[in-house]
Design a protein around this ligand. Structure first.
Ligand SMILES: NC(=O)c1ccc[n+]([C@@H]2O[C@H](COP(=O)([O-])OP(=O)(O)OC[C@H]3O[C@@H](n4cnc5c(N)ncnc54)[C@H](OP(=O)(O)O)[C@@H]3O)[C@@H](O)[C@H]2O)c1
Length: 292
């Protein structure tokens, strides 16, 4: 199995409230009947964090559980070596394959969804539990607060070690932090270079002890593949553009998500721990896709 290399530039892990959190997470969305084999492959290649959701529409959480259980049973890794993150998804983000009774109160839906995730994943605790997204675009609705309060209750009862939220605006995040009894430790957002890589949200996170997780780092930023600054930086480091983008994400303090189905890309993605960008390169990438 891939281990840590002596030529690593930055740590592969950070610690949040005594939880060891990998800087790189393997995302399991959209893999359907390849979910188990790809998750097993990713763990074998050296990924130590898995992102999933109890949302059958986009994820096959049970197959992620098969992979995790298989890796542990074969003694490739112990449970403690694998960081597991999953999500509660409101009704409107689901299809007919619901992990809860849709007529139950939201707090009960969260409880059922969490219990079902534990069964799917074959574990007795989740390392990070994420509210997949608010039910409304602006502000937080009663349903969102009910979900967060239920997540807090689970956390306080020895359930998920860390809580987080996804697909939020800065205003929504501020609102959540102001009203939360258990503070979010993660924000997981789609990260557009054309919007300064979500900088206002990232800065708020940094100031409030929240770690930003970026997804769609490659797919939302395809225009960077032909950007002259990115091409020059990639050439200077002898890396490809994808590696430069993922390294940039780590250098600005993000946890990066990748959901590649390709073993070579998995290897290339993890290889970003063996180089770092210069300050002026980071600044150039921050500005690369800004309009004007
Ligand atoms: N919270 C949310 O609402 C939400 C939404 C979307 C995603 N996510 C999470 O984020 C994870 C990642 O999703 P994503 O949207 O970032 O897209 P992704 O599924 O990681 O897709 C990356 C795409 O880029 C390609 N690629 C080319 N070179 C690559 C390289 N070196 N490394 C990696 N990929 C490369 C991949 O192709 P190959 O497969 O051929 O490598 C793939 O088509 C998901 O699995 C999920 O866990 C969360």
């Amino acid at each position: 199995m891939a281990g840590s290399s002596t030529s690593e530039i930055s740590s592969r892990f950070i610690t949040i409230e005594n939880v060891r959190v990998p800087r790189f997470l393997y995302g399991t969305a959209w893999k359907e009947d390849r979910t188990e084999s790809l998750t097993t492959l990713a763990l074998g290649m050296g990924f130590r964090g898995i992102d999933t959701a109890n949302q059958r529409k986009h994820y096959c959480e049970a197959a992620v559980g098969e992979a995790v259980t298989g890796v542990i049973q074969r003694r490739m890794l112990s449970r403690e070596q694998i960081f597991i993150q999953t999500k509660y998804t409101h009704r409107r983000g689901q299809d007919h394959r619901l992990p809860y009774d849709e007529n139950a109160a939201i707090s009960e839906q969260v409880r059922q969804s969490y219990g079902n995730s534990l069964e799917h994943l074959g574990v007795d605790r989740i390392d990070s539990y994420i509210l997949h997204g608010p039910t409304i675009r602006d502000g937080l609705a009663r349903a969102d607060w009910d979900a967060w309060r239920a997540m807090e209750t689970l956390h306080n009862a020895g359930g998920p070690r860390l809580l987080g939220v996804s697909n939020v605006s800065l205003a929504q995040l501020k609102m959540l932090c102001a009203g939360a009894e258990v503070q979010p430790r993660f924000v997981q957002n789609r990260c557009y270079a054309s919007r300064a890589w979500d900088k206002p949200v990232r800065e708020f996170c940094y100031q409030h002890g929240i770690v930003y997780q970026g997804f769609s780092l490659l797919t939302a930023n395809r225009q960077l593949a032909t950007h002259p600054d990115l091409i020059a930086i990639a050439k200077r480091h002898g890396r490809d553009i994808s590696q430069i983008i993922l390294r940039f994400a780590l250098d600005v303090g993000m946890i990066a998500l990748t959901g590649t189905r390709d073993a070579q890309h998995m290897r290339a993605d993890l290889a970003v721990f063996s180089f770092a960008l210069a300050e002026n390169e980071i600044q150039a990438i921050e500005l690369a896709a800004l309009p004007g």
